[in-house]
Design a protein. Structure first.
Length: 214
């Protein structure tokens, strides 16, 4: 496995500029827009791009790898490039804004792999790397499963917006959060706090209904 292409993206949604090096920090890619730790790096591979009939950079990825089928790896695996260590978190969600002729259905689990930077350093074009399997806990892909997974590991309360950011989920999904909480353990669901009184009341009603079903 080695690095085939790197892209610098100063703002979300902007086309990337090919570069020979990216500097990775624990806060994200230097010079890139801030994002959740779950979504610090988006990578894909030549194998997937060739299957989709797409050129590198089209899927708005930061990193393109060769000699690997990245999407076949399990969440929790780790990519190592010298001092840099990247944790594979979840597959990136298909998005219509990518602007390709490929359908979102075809892009499911093939849009790219999101990663968290576990050890910082430079990523350089052409650098070799290797994979370490089962290094970290697997993060669920489905939003409701991801919420349940995170809340189980949490000791105290968390605001709904903080939960979305921590999990790398869009803020617009806060509207669907009360319904998701209905499908998880009521004790864990009660850890989520809402800024909106109406939304909080709805979440409490759904949690009460869930208790009656268990």
């Amino acid at each position: 496995m080695k690095i085939h292409a790197l892209y610098h993206r100063a703002a979300h949604g902007h086309p990337g500029r090919r570069t020979e090096q990216l500097i990775l920090t624990l806060a994200g890619i230097q010079g890139h827009f801030p994002t959740s730790p779950v979504r610090q790096v988006l990578a894909t591979d030549l194998h997937t791009l060739h299957q989709l009939g797409l050129e590198p950079g089209v899927l708005k990825e930061d990193l393109v790898l060769q000699d690997i089928d990245l999407h076949a790896l399990a969440s929790g695996s780790e990519l190592v490039f010298g001092a840099v260590r990247l944790r594979l978190t979840v597959h990136c969600e298909p998005c219509k804004q990518v602007g390709t002729s490929v359908s979102t259905r075809t892009l499911m689990h093939r849009r790219g792999y999101l990663m968290q930077i576990m050890a910082p350093g430079p990523l350089t074009l052409g650098s070799p790397g290797h994979v370490r399997s089962d290094v970290y806990e697997e993060i669920p892909y489905r939003a409701v499963d991801r919420v349940a997974w995170y809340l189980r590991r949490l000791d105290g309360p968390i605001a709904s917006t903080q939960l979305m950011e921590a999990l790398g989920l869009p803020m617009g999904m806060c509207r669907a959060l009360p319904r998701m909480l209905r499908h998880i353990d009521p004790t864990d669901a009660g850890k989520v706090t809402f800024k909106s009184a109406e939304r909080r009341a709805r979440a409490e009603r759904l949690a009460t209904q869930a208790r009656g079903q268990i």
